[in-house]
Design a protein around this ligand. Structure first.
Ligand SMILES: Cc1cc2nc3c(=O)[nH]c(=O)nc-3n(C[C@H](O)[C@H](O)[C@H](O)COP(=O)(O)OP(=O)(O)OC[C@H]3O[C@@H](n4cnc5c(N)ncnc54)[C@H](O)[C@@H]3O)c2cc1C
Length: 556
C-alpha cells in the first residue's frame, strides 16, 4: 500500500491548538501516512494565546494554584515535563497562583519541544498570519490571509479562542461618547498595555465595567502594576495610581475566593458514589425534556452539598444546613443565578474569604460552587459527548455560567488585596447599570442611591458572550454566510459534533471543517479552562481526522 497523505490547517494556535496538534502527533505516528500541518496565528508566542502570553503583565495570575494544574503529559520522549515540574514548584509552592505568563512560556516550550519530535511523515509549518477567509475548493478548503492564499487543505480546524466581536449597545454608545469628549475608554487586555496607559491616570477616577475575574486583573494592574505594594494587610501606594477605582456590575458582587489551600479544598471533594450519581443525572438530563434538565442535575447536587455542609461544621439546626435550604438555594440558582445573595459587596467578600480560609463553615453557595468546580471534567465528558436538545444546551450552559462565580473563583490573595483597597477607599465597588450611568462631558456618572461618582476614564473588562451571533471576525462571518455555520440556539456558539465537525443549519456535517473551543459553546460546555484545551474533544478530533486520511488523498 502506498503512502496516504493529507494537508491539515489549524487556524488559531493558542493552548487549544497545541492540544489538538499533540493529539494529532499521538494518533498519526503509524507509518503509512504523511501529514503536512500548517498552523496560523499572528501572535508572537505560538501555543500561549493572548491570555497566557509571556509578555503579559505579571499581575495577571492564573485562577488555579500550581497543584491543580493537571494537564496530560507532553508527547512521549518530551524534554519538557509537566507544568509543576517545569516551574520547579513543589511542597508549599504548589499552593502558588503563578502569573498566567508563566503558563504561556510553558506552552511555548512544550510546542518548541514537540517540533523536534514529530513522527516520520509529519511536517509542521507555522505561519504568523491572521486568516481572514476560508472557501471550499472541491472537497478541500483554501484559506486567505496575509498576501496570499493557502492550501488546499483536507481538514481545517478553527481554534480561535474568543474571535473578534462587535460592540454591544452600551459599549457602542460609550465609544462614541469617549471619542466626542476625549475620554480614555480602554480594554482590560493586554494588561501590560493598560498599565502603560494608566501611567497618565494618577489622581483620576477610573470606572471598570464588569466585576468578574478580569476586573480583579484591572484592579491589580492599576495598583500593583503601577508600583504599589501590599504589606502587613495595608496598601502602600506608589503615588502613580488613580484617585479612585470604581468597578461595577449588575449585582456589584466579586467572584468568590478559591479555597485557601489543599486542606480546605479537600473538604469539598465529592465521594465516588456521588460522582456516579451526578454522571447518571447528567446523562438523564441531557436525554430528557429541556424543562426538567436542571432540576435533575440539581437533585444530584443536593445530597453531596448537604453532606459537606454538615461535615464542615454547619450546625444541623442552622437555617441553611437542611435539605430544604439546599433545595431552595438550587431552585433560586436555576431561576436567577446569584439572586440568593442579599449582602452588600464587602460583607459578602469578607464572608467568602473566611469560608475560603476555613475560618467559618462554608455556606450553601460556596459548597455547591466548589462541588461544581470539581465536577467540571465529568460535566465536560458527559455533556460534550452527548446529543442534546437546544433548550437543554441553553439551560445547562446558563447554569454553568452562573456558578462560575464560585467554580472559576479567584485566589484568596487577590480578593484580600481587593478588600484592603476597598477598606482604604481606593476601590469603590458598586452595583450599577443603565439607567444608573449617565454620560456627561466629564465622563460616566455612576449613581447608587444618593452616592454619585464620575469616572473620567473607563476600562471595559466584560468579555463578549460565548456565542456565534456577535462575532465580527471576517473568517467566521464568511463561514456563516458561505458554509452555513450555525448556532446551537440563540445566545450560543456553533453547532458541531462531539469530535468537532461543523454542522450547518440543515443539520449536515460541513466536510473538512472542524471547530473547537469557546466558539462551540452549547455544543460543548465549560471550554474556558486550560484543562479543556487538552481534553477529549482534541483527542476525538485527531482520531477522526486520522481515520479519514486517504479518503481525500492530497496531491503529493
Ligand atoms: C483574561 C482571561 C484569563 C483567563 N485565565 C485563565 C486561567 O487563569 N486559567 C484557565 O484555565 N483559563 C483561563 N482563561 C480561559 C482561557 O481562555 C483558556 O484557558 C485558553 O486560553 C483557551 O485557549 P484557546 O487556544 O482556546 O484560545 P486562545 O488562547 O484565545 O487562543 C486562540 C488563538 O487564536 C488566534 N486567532 C484567532 N483568530 C484567528 C484568525 N482568524 N487567524 C489566525 N489566528 C487566529 C489568536 O491569535 C489566539 O492566539 C482565561 C481567559 C481570559 C480571557
Amino acid at each position: 500500500m502506498g503512502l496516504r497523505s493529507n494537508r491539515i490547517a489549524i487556524v488559531g494556535f493558542g493552548p487549544r491548538g497545541l492540544g489538538a496538534l499533540e493529539s494529532l502527533v499521538r494518533h498519526a505516528g503509524h507509518g503509512d501516512v504523511t501529514l503536512a500541518v500548517d498552523l496560523f496565528d499572528p501572535l508572537d508566542w505560538p501555543a500561549a494565546g493572548p491570555n497566557f502570553s509571556p509578555d503579559e503583565s505579571k499581575v495577571c495570575l492564573l485562577n488555579l494554584p500550581v497543584r491543580s494544574i493537571d494537564l496530560p503529559p507532553p508527547v512521549k520522549g518530551s524534554g519538557v515535563g509537566d507544568m509543576p515540574e517545569w516551574l520547579g514548584q513543589s511542597g508549599a509552592d504548589a499552593e502558588a497562583f503563578v502569573p498566567r505568563a508563566r503558563l504561556g512560556s510553558y506552552m511555548n516550550a512544550r510546542f518548541r519541544d514537540l517540533l523536534t519530535r514529530l513522527p516520520d511523515g509529519m511536517t509542521v509549518t507555522l505561519h504568523h498570519l491572521q486568516i481572514t477567509g476560508a472557501e471550499r475548493d472541491g472537497r478541500q478548503w483554501r484559506l486567505a490571509g496575509g498576501p496570499g492564499r493557502h492550501g488546499p487543505y483536507d481538514h481545517v480546524l478553527l481554534s480561535l479562542g474568543q474571535p473578534e466581536s462587535g460592540d454591544d449597545d452600551q459599549t457602542a454608545r460609550w465609544r462614541v461618547h469617549a471619542t466626542r469628549h476625549g475620554l480614555p475608554f480602554k480594554e482590560a487586555y493586554p494588561a501590560a498595555a493598560l498599565v502603560e496607559a494608566a501611567d497618565s491616570w494618577a489622581g483620576r477616577t477610573v470606572g471598570i465595567r464588569g466585576l468578574g475575574l478580569s476586573a480583579l486583573d484591572v484592579v491589580q494592574a492599576l495598583t500593583l502594576g503601577l508600583g504599589g505594594r501590599f504589606e502587613a494587610g495595608r496598601y502602600l501606594p506608589s503615588g502613580r495610581e488613580p484617585a479612585r477605582i470604581v468597578p461595577f456590575s449588575l449585582d456589584g458582587h466579586a467572584p468568590a475566593p478559591k479555597p485557601l489551600n489543599q486542606t480546605v479544598d479537600a473538604r469539598f471533594e465529592p465521594l465516588p458514589q456521588e460522582n456516579v450519581s451526578l454522571r447518571i443525572a447528567l446523562e438523564t438530563a441531557l436525554r430528557g425534556p429541556s424543562g426538567e434538565a436542571l432540576k435533575t442535575v440539581c437533585d444530584a447536587i443536593a445530597m453531596p452539598a448537604l453532606r459537606i455542609l454538615r461535615e464542615t461544621g454547619r450546625d444541623a439546626n442552622a437555617d441553611d444546613a437542611d435539605a430544604g435550604a439546599v433545595d431552595r438555594w438550587l431552585a433560586a440558582e436555576r431561576e436567577a443565578p446569584g439572586s440568593q445573595e442579599k449582602r452588600g459587596t464587602i460583607d459578602a467578600l469578607r464572608a467568602g474569604l473566611a469560608e475560603a480560609a476555613g475560618d467559618e463553615p462554608p455556606s450553601v453557595g460556596y459548597v455547591v460552587g466548589q462541588l461544581w468546580r470539581k465536577w467540571q471534567p465529568l460535566l465536560r465528558e458527559v455533556y460534550d459527548g452527548a446529543r442534546k436538545p437546544a433548550g437543554t444546551a441553553q439551560a445547562m450552559t446558563g447554569f454553568d455560567e452562573g456558578l462560575k462565580r464560585y467554580s472559576y473563583g479567584a485566589p484568596v490573595e487577590t480578593l484580600q488585596n481587593f478588600l484592603t483597597l476597598a477598606e482604604a477607599g481606593l476601590v469603590d465597588p458598586r452595583a450599577a447599570d443603565d439607567p444608573d450611568i449617565a454620560l456627561t462631558a466629564q465622563g460616566w456618572q455612576l449613581k447608587a442611591g444618593d452616592r454619585a461618582v464620575t469616572a473620567s476614564v473607563m476600562v471595559d473588562s466584560v468579555l463578549p458572550p460565548a456565542a456565534l451571533n456577535p462575532v465580527s471576525d471576517p473568517l467566521v462571518t464568511g463561514l456563516i454566510e458561505a458554509s452555513g455555520l450555525a448556532a446551537v440556539a440563540d445566545g450560543l456558539g456553533a453547532r458541531c459534533t462531539p469530535d468537532g465537525a461543523a454542522i450547518d443549519a440543515d443539520g449536515a456535517v460541513v466536510e473538512g471543517l472542524w471547530l473547537t473551543g469557546r466558539l462551540t459553546n452549547g455544543s460543548t460546555i465549560a471550554a474556558d479552562s486550560i484543562h479543556d484545551c487538552f481534553g477529549l474533544i482534541q483527542e476525538r478530533w485527531a482520531k477522526a481526522v486520522v481515520a479519514r486520511i486517504g479518503q481525500t488523498d492530497s496531491a503529493p
